[in-house]
Design a protein around this ligand. Sequence first.
Ligand code: ATP
Ligand code: MG
Ligand code: MG
Ligand code: MG
Length: 462
Amino acid sequence: LRRSSVQELLRSQELEREVLVKGWVRTRRGNKYVQFIAVNDGSTIHNLQVVADAEKFPEETLKDVATGACVAVRGQLVASQGKGQTVEIQAIDIEVLGKADPETYPLQKKGHSLEFLREIAHLRPRTNTFGAVLRVRHALAFAIHQYFNDHGFYYVHTPIITGSDAEGAGQMFRVTTLPPEHPPRTADGSVDYKEDFFGKQTNLTVSGQLEGEIAALALGKVYTFGPTFRAENSNTARHLAEFWMIEPEMAFYDLQDNMDLAEDFLKSLVRYALEKCPDDLQFLNDQYDKELLGRLQFVVDNGFQRLTYTEAVEILKGAKQKFEFPVDWGTDLQSEHERYLVEKHFKKPVILTDYPKDIKAFYMKLNDDNRTVRAMDVLFPGIGEIIGGSQREENLEKLQARMAQMNVPEEELWWYLDLRRFGSAPHAGFGLGFERLVLFVTGMANIRDVIPFPRFPKNAEF
Ligand code: ATP
Ligand code: MG
Ligand code: MG
Ligand code: MG
């Protein structure tokens, strides 16, 4: 007998047949005549109801069929009288594959706090919430590859260990080598790390952009999608020390093309999630955020507001709202400012462009005004910055001048300058933080709850 998934069975029209299902017991309840066992196997947010008649299953045969246990159930798929489901299984045979002691299983009762669940990251995928989040996360990752594949992009793999620290996107983690005697101790007993990568100092990547530019200036349209690392000693609900980033880079694109791509891309991803994950999103909507589905549909259906940084500063200076940080031309916007523009002023996603050159990276293309660069940030409701991008400086002399101004050493980026020496081309790209996207689509409040194993200060248990 072939095993069926809960998802398959719940959708099945063929009743009165014998089926086999395996999964984890969510609850068992009933009376002395009949027991109802809710089984979930991760294929859907919904549970399958297994009905065990007392005649065939006396109480003592079910004592290990407890919340958290893993079971294999063989039985008859039949129409269900109960509400909330159309089919159920009339059990013929129940085998316990893995017991879960009711005294010690941490997910015994329903409704644990998200903070508590973070402490048991190894068990939280078995909750409805994390099942839903992880399925939506998967769907979005899949949609990203599909979108780029459909639009003529190539997936390139940029290095995790990098020799340069010039990107300037954030504080980096250093790569160290542990010698064979693991771990070596100095005389005073402290660990003695050799701080190098076979004699060279290296770091974990903060962004694959610079390497992505190499690929774009050969293949045309490329993207990376991989883990990035930032030693952010910040405890915000929007930052992780390890997060995944999607970075498309396109030859022959200017800032306008870049914005058009970013908007179309984000809308396609949200639309895909709405289409493919209706049950999970409905659950998250009902459980955590009653406006979630409405907000997602709104983003799909409406154009993003586009304006310059300078225009945004004028709006913020005229705002009645009191901000914690003052707004002045030349300073970076804080998330309170970004969210004011999106949530209060325009009431839709915003793309801000042409930031002051001094608060943006050296590689962004200088505007003719000599004060601003062709940068763009996409700002989303509830999130703030979800994408940062720009048209890149393709002119060698202008790039060198910017690097000198910003103290970026040329020796380290000789290869990056070579791209401008030999066959340079206008190009542009952006970085989308994957967890910020998942945060937006799931309506969760904290970025630590949308990645299976969050890395943040003092949190790297396994
Ligand atoms: P922020 O201003 O929020 O700190 P940033 O400007 O430092 O972000 P970029 O260097 O522009 O970030 O990176 C591109 C994208 O990566 C951001 O728009 C955001 O979506 C995401 N991102 C950046 N830092 C983090 C982080 N620590 N954790 C999760 N996502 C991040
Ligand atoms: Mg940052
Ligand atoms: Mg920023
Ligand atoms: Mg940014």
